[in-house]
Design a protein around this ligand. Sequence first.
Ligand code: B4P
Length: 204
Amino acid sequence: MFNLILFGPPGSGKGTQSEKLIAKYYLKHLSTGDLLRSEIARKTPLGIEAKKFMDKGQLVPDEVVIGMISYALDENPDANGFLFDGFPRTALQAQALDKLLDLKHTFITVMLALDVSEEELVKRLVKRGETSGRTDDNNEQVIRTRILEYNKKTAPVAEYFKKANKVAMVKGEGTVEEIFSALVKEIDPRMKKQKPSTDINPNK
Ligand code: B4P
């Protein structure tokens, strides 16, 4: 299995690049942001609870997102591999992910970390807020809180994977295509090393 973490601050383009990467590599996309927004849209108890944190720009409690990811992994026993988008975001989530994958006799192949300046992040999210209807994008103060949360709680997660020599930094500014090419350059050699690309079955 090829298991990839797409890492980076809010607005760094994780969601944007994930769409392109799953189409190229047939990975199962697991975005905790998307999973949480789907719970909110369905007004489930989990969604109602999560919304309180997301609207303030804060991280949702670890046990909630870890439970969601555990369930999603069990739901996809035949996946070729997973693309984790927006997860893990804390040290506890990183440890939980390693344990969950270990139970499935697999592991994280690589973490690709998108590097984007804070001003560019704010600019992108404010712009998205004009049209997305996302309550966490339409207030600059909330956007800045999300970036602070990232710097405090999420950035250290990269150190956890650096110790295992699994992190590659990728410039996250430029056109969507330029950034995609840079990601592909990091993935292809690792995928070849793990298994020939002809082994990838798009029907799985
Ligand atoms: P997420 O849904 O993960 O979203 P994000 O960090 O805001 O954005 P992303 O990096 O995916 O950016 P995108 O491609 O959309 O998180 C939302 C909230 O959910 C969190 O704040 C938290 O409360 C909660 N949450 C999620 N996971 C959690 C977890 N594991 N633990 C606890 N809480 C969790 O791009 C942003 C914008 O930039 C878009 O408008 C896009 O069009 C634009 N853009 C992309 N690439 C560009 C480029 N190259 N140039 C110019 N613009 C670009």
